[in-house]
Design a protein around this ligand. Structure first.
Ligand code: SAM
Length: 284
């Protein structure tokens, strides 16, 4: 039983409606209100903001967001949760519920129709990477994304060159955003308990991308190919990039990057320099 008034007690609501959890939908609901407070605080939600929440569950986090935000638009896939959310949050006239798969939502429409859009969610872990990748690549003009995700994925997003977690996901996220770890969350803060530890991470969208690249598609291809061959040199990774040996050598020389280095040692600026040099050779 939760001692605080005017909050949703997750376990009580689950019991009241006889709700049955669906494992395949990543349904691990938060029961710890200290964690919920820190998510809302960490996301910096204010009365100017419209929050998009992906996967509201029975509305425990949603209710706290509703107290702080101008408006909360929640997207939930599970039809069993729709009547529960409508009933439990009925006194909040700043609440909008969309019954849909978040992978199919037109985020651009929501973001265009609202101001100061922040995404806040305890994400279903099976769709974490596709949802965040979609939000970033589609260049939606959201202000920030504050999400609870699997610990390992958060560490990859937040990682730096020469660290074991550094890879394509670190570079994708950091190309568009600043990253900040808000807190670690152990399994006992959820029902049912997940098998993994979680982290709340905040991604603040940069006004301009972190580095300037001439061809984004090629930039991400260079990154992918470098990490596909993690133990190999950049030279080996770039063999199929579309340049003959001579031109590839010139591209490395122009970028100032030693072809014997490995991808995991390169900063994002160095990846941009290499991709831009390769792009010039491809187009010459
Ligand atoms: N926000 C709640 C909380 O913190 O207690 C629930 C979080 S639970 C980890 C994930 C939620 O996302 C569940 O309510 C689940 O039904 C929903 N969900 C799963 N896949 C989804 C999808 N593709 N689109 C929208 N919601 C989804």
């Amino acid at each position: 039983m939760n001692q605080r008034k005017d909050v949703i007690d997750t376990a009580d609501v689950v019991k009241k409606y006889g709700f049955k959890f669906t494992k395949s939908l990543g349904q691990n609901f938060l029961i710890d209100h200290n964690v919920i407070d820190q998510i809302v605080e960490g996301a910096g939600v204010s009365s100017e903001d419209t929050v998009i929440e992906i996967g509201p569950g029975v509305g425990t986090l949603t209710k706290e967001l509703l107290k702080r935000a101008k408006k909360v638009i929640a997207i939930e896939i599970d039809s069993d949760l729709i009547p529960i959310l409508s009933e439990e949050l009925k006194e909040h006239n700043n609440f909008q519920l969309i019954h849909q798969d978040a992978m199919k939502v037109d985020f651009n429409k929501i973001i265009e129709e609202n101001e100061n859009v922040k995404v806040v969610a305890n994400l279903p872990y099976y769709v974490t990477t596709p949802i965040i990748t979609n939000l970033l690549n589609a260049k939606y003009k959201f202000k920030s994304i504050t999400v609870m995700i699997q610990k390992e994925v958060a560490e990859r997003m937040n990682s730096e060159p020469n660290c074991k977690d550094y890879g394509s996901l670190s570079l994708l996220v950091q190309y568009y955003c600043d990253t900040k770890i808000i807190m670690k969350v152990p399994p006992m803060c959820f029902i049912p308990r997940p098998k993994v530890d979680s982290i709340v991470i905040r991604l603040d969208r940069l006004e301009e991308t972190r580095v300037t690249v001439d061809d984004e598609k090629l930039f991400f291809r260079v990154i992918r190919d470098s990490f596909n061959m993690r133990r190999k040199t950049l030279w080996n990774g770039m063999k199929n990039i579309g340049l003959d040996k001579e031109k590839l050598e010139e591209a490395f020389k122009d970028s100032g990057i030693d072809q014997k280095r490995r991808g995991e040692t390169l900063t994002i600026q160095e990846f941009a320099d290499l991709a831009n040099a390769i792009n010039k050779k491809i187009n010459n």
